[in-house]
Design a protein around this ligand. Structure first.
Ligand code: SME
Length: 155
């Protein structure tokens, strides 16, 4: 399935949402909503931000979806912590095969975590959980990298 058309239209909506710099969290939350509401297999969408006081820890920022107990994640732990430590996207098509994983909900089958960079340093990440097995394609990865670049300007 070609997802490029719907992703291109979402990029336009996200760009409009991010205009200006005020109310950072409101904008991030709106981006979560746009992603979750428009892509059927994006079932939990959230941002983690690197803690300024503890630079080896991620703190949960705005999100859409079920409540999660993982509000703080040290670098190296879980998919999120590994993505932050290794400074690369983690795409897990089947989380039952991943040992270093922090479970949020038994409904989750797969996950993608894309780091957000500023001046070549990780300042946060975009985390998406799916209730579908193996839903993510290269188009999702490219799209979510683009979204991460866009939000990096306001974080
Ligand atoms: N599953 C993540 C934890 C965060 S939740 O998905 C919201 C992980 O393994 O890092």
């Amino acid at each position: 399935m070609d997802r490029s058309g719907s992703f291109a239209s979402l990029v336009k909506k996200i760009s409009a949402t991010l205009k200006g710099v005020e109310n950072r969290d409101g904008k991030l939350k709106a981006v979560c909503g746009l992603l979750k509401d428009n892509v059927p297999y994006y079932n939990w969408v959230g941002f983690y931000v690197v803690d300024e006081k503890r630079p080896n820890e991620l703190v949960l920022g705005p999100f859409e979806g079920e409540h999660t107990e993982h509000t703080r994640i040290p670098f190296g732990r879980g998919i999120c912590g590994q993505a932050a430590q290794l400074e690369r996207t983690f795409l897990v098509q089947d989380i039952s095969k991943e040992k270093n994983y922090l479970s949020c909900s038994t409904n989750v089958k797969s996950e993608i975590v894309v780091p957000i960079f500023k001046n070549k340093k990780v300042i946060g990440e975009l985390d998406i959980d799916s209730h579908v097995l193996s839903p993510f394609t290269e188009q999702d990865e490219a799209f979510l990298k683009k979204v991460s670049e866009m939000v990096s300007r306001i974080i």
